[in-house]
Each structure stands twice: as C-alpha cells, then as structure tokens.
Write a protein that binds this ligand. Structure first.
Ligand code: HEM
Length: 494
C-alpha cells in the first residue's frame, strides 16, 4: 500500500507500507530480473544508481531476499553515519573484505573498530602528517622532472606511480622496493578477482575448506604472498626500532613505526594493549589499500578537468606563481594555495574516488520518513549526491567557485562527503588534502597539460572510481624546473 506523508520539511514523501515498516518507492521487480529486463551494462552500478534517482528522496529495491535502500538526502545520510551510527554495521561486501584485510580499520565494526581507531589515530594526527609535506613535494618534483616538453604522459599511470612512492615513504619509510611492488601487484591481482569472489555464496567457508576452484586458488596464492611480504616488512621495522632504541634515538616518523609503538589509551579492558602482529599486518594492508589509489584517482580526474578548462588552469597557475614563484612548495604555503584546494574539491565532487558507501541495519530503524527493517542494506553514493542540482546548480559544470568559503557554508554537510563522515570518517583525510594540493601545485608550476584529442575517458566504478584506461596528456613546459636546492635549505631550517 502506498501512502503520501508530510515530514517537517514540507516535502510530500510517498512511502510503501509493509506491516510497521515504511519503505521508499522503488523497483517493483526483484533486481536481477529487473536488470535482465533492462539490459543494464553489467559492471557499472552507477547506471542503476542514476536510474533510481528518479524515485526522489530515496529508493527501495530487493535483491533476492534482501531489502536495499538507496538514500539521496543529506539529512538522511547524516542520520545513518552520525546520529544512528550505533545501529549500523558495514554492509556485506565490505565486511567480506575481511578475507583479504582481516580485522583492520575498514572491515572492523563495534568495539574492535573503536580500539583500532584509537591506536591508529596518533599516526594520522594533523601535526604528525605535516612532517610528510617535504617528502611529497620532493617526490612529485622528481617525478615530473623526468617528463619531456612536447612529449606525452599517461597521467593516470603517473599519478598512480607517484602516490605509490609517497605511500611507501610515508607508511614504511622506504623507496618503492621489490617488496612494495609485490604488495601493489598482489593487491591489484586480488582486486581483479574480488568481484567474482564476493559474489560466491559462502566464500569464506570455501576458502577455509581449500576447495580447488581457480579463483579461490589464485586468491589464496596472492594472499599468502601478501602476508609474507608484509610480515617481513614488519619484522625489518621491528629490528630497526630496536636498534634505534639501543642508540637512544626516537622511533621513526613513518606510519608503521607509529602503529607499532602505539598503545590503546581507551576503555579499561583494552587500555595499554598494542596491535599484535596479525592486527598490524591487517592494518598495514588496509592503510596501503585505502591510501594511495584514492589520492591517485582524485589527482587524475583533477588533471583531466583542469586541462579541459583553460580559464581554471590559468587561475591555478597564477595562484601558484604568486605564492611560490619558482621555489618548491612547503607546508607553510598550504593556507595560501586556496584556489588549488578548491580545484581538488570540485574534482572530487564530480569524480569522488570513493563513489559509494553502505551500511546494514542491526535493528529496525527510522531514517527520515522511513522505517527500515532489521538487516536492511542502506547505500548512498557520493557520485549521485554530489550531482544534486539543489546543492550544486548546473551540476555537470566544473566550477571550483562552488568551494569558496561563503558557498560552502550554504549547503548541508552531507551534500558533499568524499571522505564519509561520523566516527568512521576517513582517517587519512588531512593527509589526502595535503598530498593532493602539494602535488597539484608542484606539477602545475612546471607543466601545462593538454588532454590529447579523441580520447573517450569513461569512469570505471571499481572499489574506487578510476578512469577506464589511460589518460594521455600532451606536455608544455612552463619553465625549466622548481628550485629544489632552495627547498632542501628550507627543509633543513624546519
Ligand atoms: C582522496 C583520497 C581519499 C578518499 C576520497 C577517501 C575516502 C574514504 C571514505 C569515504 C572512507 C569512509 C568509508 C566508510 O565509512 O564506509 C574512508 C575511510 C578510510 N580511509 Fe580514506 N580516503 C582517501 C584517502 C585516504 C588516505 C590517504 C588514507 C591513509 C593513508 C586513508 C585511509 C582510510 C582508512 C584507514 C579508512 C577507514 C577508517 C575507519 O573506518 O575508521 N584514506 N576513506
């Protein structure tokens, strides 16, 4: 039975009643039949999400016996992530990532998540991560110094390579060694088969039972290799820390050293505990996976948009010229690189690296005008919400001015949430902003990039929102190069 109801805001909302429940309008057919009937392109769930936007504030559908609700309203999203976060856990596909990531920050729920978060927090404290600014600028400068004027680069591959180097140095304090490369290759290999794996009913059980299916065998091989490499890196770090201790030196400033030294300062039961070796391995893999592809994608999309908008590019270059001239950027320049930050923000509005998030209700729960059943899956897509014309007029237009201070204040918080929100908000958010802005400034200082004509750059919504292939840019040199010696001097002073 359908009902029209009024809920405070004055907007009439039509709900479907099922017993005590009030569900949003939506697909009448079960999703697999619906998809079949519409011949949706498989592999691009954004098409389905865009289609469901027509139901207004939220949409409901069933996938086999599961209720799924897609929320579009910032206030409803806030309720799930902040006000009622305690009655939600991560949705099933993320929980299933435990087969790869074990019990790390992304997969843990409840008390276990809180403990991991308390232990990891100091490593991501704003003051702590600021120490990485010099490394970021140095690595970005080196990478783009290798480019040739008049030549071309695949900016997607370049940004991925750069973000990997930055992660290796800041997370482990090493270069991209064969071990880091192995972690990268094996996680990529696992991600390729991941969708098949999570679609298998009882995949965890099948893995544990050592069933000889090719996908499972491939996964087990990659996972074994990953665990061995990360365990070795932790053991090496342990030796390094002991040697430092013997010499009376402080522990290293990399994230792994911090995680190894940190103790829980929380609730009585777990106070003083450290991450054990297995938890450490899970956390290292989690942060590795969460931390570099996201930033690389944000930067790639930003370059694509900037190269298509010469007026934005000119203003960006003018800001960098005025703030930096020819010297290399430092941490202290960040507050002045306002427009650069606005460009990154607007790029993440149109192409949010984390393009959708989900939770599952552990009990019957009211969200906005709806009453959802226990077990209901609730999704919200940054890709869809960031293109809502109520908050971003002419949403398809790339316009960094939307992120000028005054404009930002006029929108509800969850109209723009590239880093999620509430108690599980991205722990690496400050790091990501710093990295993206410093890399943009360093590259634009030296290079003008022009998208090679004739490319069709499509989005590929995997775990992150990647471009479907290479993104070729033609390079024009602005000037011979940022002054790295000055930078080294400045580094020595700070
Ligand atoms: C542009 C870059 C990034 C974006 C768009 C992004 C986005 C997100 C989002 C949306 C979440 C919340 C997921 C959820 O609640 O379901 C998240 C969580 C997380 N992110 Fe990021 N992230 C970025 C960069 C980073 C970096 C640089 C790191 C670490 C070095 C990182 C580490 C994490 C971790 C560990 C979590 C789990 C936090 C928790 O549940 O307590 N992320 N990220």
């Amino acid at each position: 039975m359908d009902d029209e109801m009024n809920f405070g805001s004055g907007d009439a909302v039509v709900v479907k009643r099922r017993g005590r429940l009030r569900l949003p309008q939506g697909l009448r057919w079960n999703l697999p039949f619906y998809l079949f009937s519409r011949f949706f392109k498989p592999g691009n769930p954004i098409l389905l999400f865009e289609h469901l936007r027509r139901y207004g504030r939220a949409a409901h559908y069933r996938l086999l016996w599961n209720d799924i609700v897609l929320l579009h309203d910032p206030e409803d999203i806030r309720e799930v992530l902040v006000d009622k976060a305690n009655v939600f856990v991560k949705e099933r596909t993320q929980r299933r990532m435990k087969i790869l990531l074990g019990e790390g920050l992304i997969t843990a729920d409840g008390e276990s998540h809180k403990r991991h978060r308390r232990i990891a927090a100091p490593a991501f404290h704003r003051q702590r991560i600021q120490a990485y600014a010099g490394t970021i600028v140095e690595l970005a400068g080196k990478r783009c110094a290798g480019w040739q004027g008049g030549g071309r680069v695949d900016v997607a591959a370049e940004m991925m390579g750069l973000a990997l180097e930055i992660t290796a140095r800041t997370l482990f304090d090493t270069a991209v060694t064969p071990e880091i490369q192995a972690v990268n290759d094996e996680t990529n290999a696992v991600m390729e088969i991941y969708n098949t794996l999570i679609a298998l009913p009882r995949a965890e059980w099948m893995l544990a039972a050592h069933l000889p299916l090719p996908t499972l065998m491939r996964f087990r091989r990659s996972k074994r290799r990953l665990d061995a490499v990360v365990d070795q890196m932790i053991a090496d770090k342990q030796r390094e820390m002991e040697a430092r201790q013997r010499r009376g030196e402080q522990i290293g400033g990399d994230v792994l050293s911090m995680l190894m030294a940190a103790r829980d300062d929380g609730a009585e039961a777990s106070r003083g505990t450290k991450l054990n070796s297995r938890e450490l391995r899970d956390e290292v893999l989690t942060i590795f996976l969460a931390g570099y592809e996201t930033v690389a994608n944000a930067l790639t999309w930003a370059w694509k948009l900037v190269s298509e908008h010469p007026e934005v590019e000119a203003r960006l270059a003018a800001e960098v010229e005025a703030v930096l001239g020819t010297r290399a950027a430092t941490l202290e320049d960040l507050p002045q690189l306002k427009y650069t930050e606005m460009v990154v923000a607007e790029a993440m509005r149109l192409y949010p690296p984390a393009w959708a998030m989900g939770r599952q209700a552990t009990e019957e729960v009211e969200i906005g005008p709806y009453r959802l059943p226990k077990g209901c899956f609730v999704f919200f897509s940054q890709y869809i919400v960031h293109r809502d014309a109520r908050y971003f007029p002419r949403p398809e237009v790339f316009d960094p001015e939307r992120f000028a201070q005054e404009a930002k204040g006029q929108r509800p918080k969850f109209a723009y949430f590239p880093f999620g929100g509430g108690g599980r908000q991205c722990i690496g958010e400050s790091f990501a902003w710093m990295e993206a802005v410093l890399v943009m400034a360093t590259v634009i200082q030296r290079w003008r990039m022009r998208l090679e004509p004739g490319q069709r750059i499509e989005v590929q919504p995997k775990i992150t929102l990647r471009p479907a292939g290479a993104v070729w840019m033609r390079l024009e040199e602005r000037y011979a190069g940022a002054d790295t010696e000055i930078n080294e001097e400045q580094e020595a002073r700070t």
